[in-house]
Design a protein around this ligand. Structure first.
Ligand code: ZN
Length: 220
């Protein structure tokens, strides 16, 4: 039987930290101890930042991103290309692409991917919002930057079918298409999927390093 070395408040802090991705119980205890040691310079500002974030974070009603304003900073940025939408599964994917500076287009966050196994159907994703944005006009190109999983690809096919009747060019962000043997690094490519009724294009555009890194970091 383990004995507690701290009061319930600190144990609670450790338990909550242990729920964070990448932190197990041992590392959570180490983080808690670090925060306690840096009580004034780290713990207090962190607590304040968490409180403010909890109070002010909103989901963008246009794209599904999270921000403290609605529409979000990206949707409100007039300098961005509003004719192209990059469709991603999660806000984490959007942030990874933004960190890499991969695109100046706007985004649409689906909130997941279709999965019969996990019981995720079309109504669980932000698909009606996507179709509405296309139907409203002004969107001429869509880049499907979904994950290279069965679920991601199923979702991509579903979206292509969904947009059959709209005059929008659909391009897919492909993963792991080419292997550079010298560096053994995965390469990524933008693979046009063509019009829903049309034939596949053989043209491919290699991504920059930043764009590849974005794709590598998409699980963050
Ligand atoms: Zn937005």
């Amino acid at each position: 039987m383990s004995t507690s070395v701290a009061g319930p408040e600190i144990e609670r802090l450790v338990q909550l930290l242990a729920r964070l991705p990448g932190l197990g119980p041992r590392s959570a205890r180490r983080v808690a101890l670090h925060l306690i040691r840096k009580r004034e310079t780290l713990l207090a500002p962190l607590a304040e930042a968490l409180r403010v974030a909890q109070e002010r974070i909103l989901t963008c009603s246009v794209c599904g991103n999270v921000d403290t304003r609605d529409p979000c900073t990206i949707c409100s940025d007039e300098r961005r290309d509003s004719t192209t939408l990059v469709v991603v599964e999660s806000v984490g994917d959007l942030w990874a692409l933004e960190r890499a500076g991969a695109t100046r287009a706007r985004y649409h966050v689906l909130g997941g991917a279709l999965s019969a196994l996990d019981g995720v159907g079309p109504s669980d994703l932000n698909l009606s919002g996507l179709v509405a944005r296309v139907a409203n006009g002004g969107v001429s190109e869509m880049i499907l930057a979904v994950n290279a999983t069965v679920e991601g690809q199923t979702t991509a096919h579903y979206i292509i079918d969904l947009l059959t009747d709209y005059p929008v060019k659909v391009t897919r962000l492909a993963h792991g298409v080419l292997i550079d043997r010298r560096s053994a690094r995965r390469s990524f490519a933008l693979a046009p999927v063509g019009r829903p009724h049309g034939s596949l294009s053989v043209g491919r555009k290699r991504l920059s390093k930043g764009e590849r890194d974005a794709a590598c970091n998409r699980s963050l």
